[in-house]
Ligand binder design. Sequence first.
Ligand SMILES: [Zn+2]
Length: 592
Amino acid sequence: MEGIFLVPIDGNGILICRNLWYTFVIFVNCNSVPSKSFDFGASQTPIKTNAPLISHVDQINLDFKEKEVEKYAKEHKLGYVNLRNFPINPDALVLVSKDDAVEGRFVPIHAAGKELRFAAVDPTNAKLKEIAASYTAKGFVVQLYLISEESLSFVLRLYDKQAEKVGVKVLELNEDALESYDKEIAKMSALVEHFQSMSDVDILNAILLGSVKTHASDIHFQPEKGRVLLRYRIDGVLHQIFILPPDIYENILTNLKFSASMKLNVGYKPQDGKLNFQVTGRQIDIRMSTLPTEFGEAVVMRLLDSKKSIATFDSLGLVGRNRAVLEAALQKSEGMLLVTGPTGSGKTTTLYTVLHMLNTPDVKIITLEDPIEYHLENISQSQIRETEGYTFALGLRAILRQDPNIIMVGEIRDQETADIAVQSALTGHVMLSTVHTNSAVETIPRLLNMGVKRYLVGPALNTIVAQRLVRKACTACRKEVPLTGKIAAEMTAAMTEAKKAQPELEIPSVNHIYEAVGCPACGNTGYAGQVALFEILNVTKAFEELILAEATPREMIAQAQKDGMVTLYQDGLLKVLAGLTTIAEVMSVTSA
Ligand SMILES: [Zn+2]
């Protein structure tokens, strides 16, 4: 039986209509029934009218529909559920993103071990089939149930609630929690023994809090055979915190991927996402990336503390002539300041410090960043989205139309960005950026390799800052060692060279340096905090001529030193003499 029946009751009416799957019974006000716009032939969409709906009729309506779906399911040998009466396992929902659920017109309703139950409106839906197949491929057994449209929209609403719940549950840490976790973190490895009695969310909280407590910059999850290593990067060095059982890791991973809006059912290709959590009112943004590996998805989380205070030249370790050169460079109203170094060498921190110093009410500053690590007042910061086509090059063109005085571009890594950056540096803009090179001088061939015209490189460049981060020796446990023998001779030779470059250089006169030891205060690492080593190349007229003359790197280094450049190695040894760090640290970052 298919068709529409209008049964008049007291001037209003009950509209009964049927199609293949559903029977609709809708209470309508006759005056509002449109005369000819109904077409229920194949539609599965509930009828919408302006009429007030009455609850008991509504209920009859729903019951009819459920019966129809149940009948259809029986005919097609499928299970049937009415999700209004079915307890949904909230953990099941996180297995499929809401977008996928909407597109596939289904919801995951149950997950236990490798057993999954999906409830679908249309078992032939392509997205549903694709996602079910992806789970089957991972060894899951997927059972399919039929549900009504009403059941589907009922559960889809739960998604938003679930998102809130996960968001709050996982990612808001209060003072009390901080206190209790703090004790645990003092002996993180002891935490492993409590895993069985802790919920997955508690374990994740402990991991996040631990990272904040230890001032970690990154959290790494590395799956290996039968175990997952959890490591923190603290002061640039990875420390193993503990080993997670794979089943606990699976749950943590699911929680994290859900919070970072990643596709939960995708584990076979890399994904990027963002999440954040609050620690005593401070928001920590996390940039998360996954990578499929032999034993599961590896995760790296970069912690971006938006309230972290901007460093000063002093706190960075920028002193003496280096500081004077950089400060002079900041007085110029055009040209390029490039900061170079490998990943994790503190380039961004230096650029932010520079931006902070340049940030006065009379200049317009715009940045292009990926990601925005610090939020700066009075500066327009724009987030690059390469995956959506918003590239550095595209952003840079757009920025120039915004009439800025100072531009900061997160990184120059392709010809297009390099060309526009050089052009803007030559046309009255201060251009700040970073390049991946090992030394200041290597930046010249790098720009040339990217396709920048040789005759433009010199005129566009003001200053190149190469830098590295080294760990500071822990002042609570560092050990004095006499400055004698080979080390003393090497030190004297390097300082003589440095003094040639900068005659005014003050060399600490000491008879001992320090070695790292390790104590509870520094987590037995021997180090606490970091300081940067700098190599600052001032692009003088003489240096520009060398670029034009296609000089060798050796000739360029000689000229740079003549112009006052102290090398990274020399600056490192100066910091050893000043008692800040150790020879081992300096060697580890300068002997490339
Ligand atoms: Zn110590």
